[in-house]
Design a protein. Structure first.
Length: 73
């Protein structure tokens, strides 16, 4: 099973970026995202941004992740 997590890009340096969500920051490669911009929400799997998301979809996905986190403690 593969899991991907939506993150908001807060730093971009070439193809290296930093994404943030739910109080965590992760290094992200943005090779597959055309013209990534600060503030973009991207779906991240195995350290790579694989898809750009609309903000509404990203926030809905993050809410689901938070519900899951709260349910398992």
């Amino acid at each position: 099973m593969c899991l991907a997590v939506p993150l908001r890009l807060i730093e971009i340096n070439g193809k290296d970026a930093v994404g943030e969500a739910m109080g965590m920051r992760r290094a992200v490669r943005v090779d597959f995202i055309p013209e990534p911009k600060l503030g973009d929400y991207v779906m991240v799997h195995a350290g790579f941004a694989i898809e750009r998301l609309e903000e509404a979809q990203a926030l809905e996905d993050l809410e689901t992740w938070e519900e899951l986190r709260d349910a398992i403690g």
